[in-house]
Design a protein around this ligand. Structure first.
Ligand SMILES: [Zn+2]
Length: 217
């Protein structure tokens, strides 16, 4: 995040004061995430709580002056911020994780569904082999074998259907989380299932009241 402050129109926060330089100061974050105010070699200097600074960590409650008379309100400056490129980059991980988990749920369910569908058939085969070992002519074993053979497909279809019915629920939970996380960092609008690589080409939020910059050029 960099907020450029000064008299020139290409600043993020434009100040109309004759004692303020065209590119007077910048507000950014240091490595610890603290707000850092940097004087850009302005003619009349930048003051924090009465002392002239080259650069200084600040908090929104500090009293900041550009030159000797313009009082800069840091909370207002922060509100004017429109560079969301850092937060936008983090969305790449959110999207990739979502796709990865979606594929994982779908393929693991496909596998389980197949296992449940084929298990009863395997069981029938096993009983058939057992009967072969124990010798023919046992009506009880034969009856059991017939019963299992008839029931196996029904049980297989039932277990398979039950397993595949779990998919929508799991995918719904995943989609709900994704809707909360995959949003414009400024206005919070859900970005849809649009790949991050496509969004970065848009360079800014399409919501007309937002227009947050996603790519800092
Ligand atoms: Zn937005």
């Amino acid at each position: 995040m960099i907020i450029k402050i000064g008299k020139a129109n290409d600043n993020d926060y434009v100040v109309n004061d004759s004692h303020v330089s065209r590119h007077h100061a910048q507000l950014t974050r240091d490595v610890d995430g603290c707000l850092l105010l940097i004087d850009m070699d302005s003619a009349n200097g930048t003051y924090v709580n009465g002392s002239r600074i080259a650069q200084k960590r600040v908090s929104p409650t500090d009293s900041v002056k550009l030159g000797d008379r313009y009082s800069l309100k840091l909370p207002e400056v922060l509100k004017s911020r429109n560079d969301y490129s850092e937060e936008f980059i983090a969305l790449r991980g959110v999207y990739n994780k979502y796709i990865e988990q979606k594929v994982k749920i779908q393929s693991s369910n496909q596998f389980k569904t197949r296992v449940y569908q084929s298990l009863p058939f395997a069981l029938t085969g096993l009983i058939g082999v057992s009967i072969g070992f124990m010798g023919k002519g046992n009506p009880v074993l034969w009856g059991v074998s017939l019963f299992v053979a008839v029931c196996a497909p029904v049980v297989g279809i039932y277990l398979g259907a039950k397993q595949s019915a779990k998919i929508p629920g799991q995918l719904q939970d995943l989609a709900n989380r994704f809707k909360i996380d995959y949003v414009c960092p400024k206005c919070g609008t859900f970005l849809g299932e649009i790949p991050w690589e496509s969004l970065i080409n848009k360079k800014q939020c399409p919501v007309s009241s937002c227009k947050a910059k996603w790519v800092n050029e």
